[in-house]
Design a protein around this ligand. Structure first.
Ligand code: 13P
Ligand code: SF4
Length: 351
């Protein structure tokens, strides 16, 4: 996880800033512009910088912190987000946040998770309609029915679900810890069958790692990752010889089988940091490559682009309005929250 505030204090990377931007000494917040110069033109920047300044003022006034998911647009991820990371890192960080207000620059289930872990804090989601096709794919009633069909089989649900669904679950998991959680649950509960919901592809990808446990899956899919095909990967390899392919485990297993590595958004970011491939492609939401590439100007990122329409609902102006009006506040029925929190806490307890 990158601490943006610390990184900004000493960001030496000006060499990849377009010459036009460097030539214009009048650009506001030049130290931040350097971080987004590949995606924002000098002409666009003054308006964006005004929003950034307004948000920074509001953050100070309200003692607010912004958590930003790795899929956020570069002008959010690289400027106003105080803490950035994958779903697991944001869930963990939500526990340690020393602020009165948490703004989730991410999608609704992420804001709910932050609220579950910080019941006394105000948690804001700048656009309450920022959903997720996986979270939409299953309801609490579905889980209750599955529990009747599979009595005694523990339920592990992906963090990409509503609080109501988490409340019906035994454990939560993320793409970053799914294998570890499934192994721990099998051991703790003494079982060799687990309901792993709702992402069919994540379950099938995890299944390959844990042949000793039978995972019963659901038919939920991520609308971004399900669009990648094995042929896409073969075409990318042909068009970009030597490219290292990193895929998110929400991709179909046939796609993951063609990749060199599969992992969460943080896992992919860490792979780039540790292995420094000369040429790489991230088979995931396309803002991810925009954000990771800022840190590695010498690595060539091949960029097929599948955008998550839900993540795109979060904009700088939506964040500013959210802090100005203290909306949309995330509220969870306490009866649901207690049980949902327990499933998230059981996950966080697994190390
Ligand atoms: P990560 O947990 O890997 O950040 O993924 C969240 C997500 O929504 C992926 O589509
Ligand atoms: Fe949901 Fe897919 Fe968007 Fe992630 S990328 S938030 S799983 S729809």
């Amino acid at each position: 996880m990158l601490d943006i505030t610390a990184a900004l204090r000493e960001d030496p990377r000006a060499d990849h800033v377009p010459a036009a931007a460097r030539a214009d000494g009048n650009l506001p917040l030049p130290h931040l512009y350097e971080r987004v110069a590949r995606h924002v033109t000098p002409a666009e920047w003054p308006l964006i910088a005004r929003e950034v300044e307004a948000i920074e003022r509001l953050k100070r006034t309200h003692n607010a912190v912004i958590l930003g998911h790795n899929y956020q647009a570069p002008e959010i991820f690289n400027t106003v987000a105080d803490i950035v990371g994958d779903s697991l890192a944001l869930a963990r960080e939500a526990v340690n946040v020393d602020a009165d207000i948490i703004v989730m620059a991410g999608v609704h289930f992420m804001a709910e998770t932050a609220k579950l872990l910080n019941p006394s804090k105000t948690v804001l989601i700048p656009d309450a309609t920022a959903g997720c096709s996986l979270a939409e794919s299953i309801t609490a009633a579905d889980i209750r029915l599955l529990k009747q069909l599979y009595p005694g089989v523990p339920v592990v649900t992906y963090v990409n679900t509503s609080a109501e669904v988490k409340a019906e679950s035994d454990y939560c998991c993320t793409s970053g810890n799914a294998v570890k959680v499934v192994r721990a649950v099998a051991k703790e509960r003494g079982v060799d069958r687990i309901l792993m919901l709702p992402d069919e592809y994540l379950a099938r990808n995890v299944q390959k790692e844990v042949p000793e446990i039978e995972l019963i899956a659901w038919k939920g899919h991520c609308e971004v990752h399900e669009r990648f095909t094995p042929q896409d990967i073969r075409d990318l390899r042909e068009a970009h010889p030597g490219v290292v392919v990193l895929a998110h485990p929400e991709c179909p297993p046939e796609v993951v089988a063609e990749a060199d590595y599969a992992g969460s958004t943080a896992g992919m970011s860490d792979y780039v940091r540790d292995e420094k491939p000369g040429r790489v492609v991230l088979i995931t939401e396309c803002s991810m490559a925009d954000n990771v590439s800022v840190q590695y100007p010498d690595i060539e990122f091949v960029r097929p682009c599948n955008l998550c329409p839900h993540m795109r609902r979060i904009t700088l102006s939506a964040i500013r309005r959210s802090l100005e009006t203290m909306t949309q506040q995330v509220e969870i029925d306490p009866a649901i929250a207690d049980r949902a929190r327990a499933s998230v806490e059981r996950m966080l307890a697994i190390r």
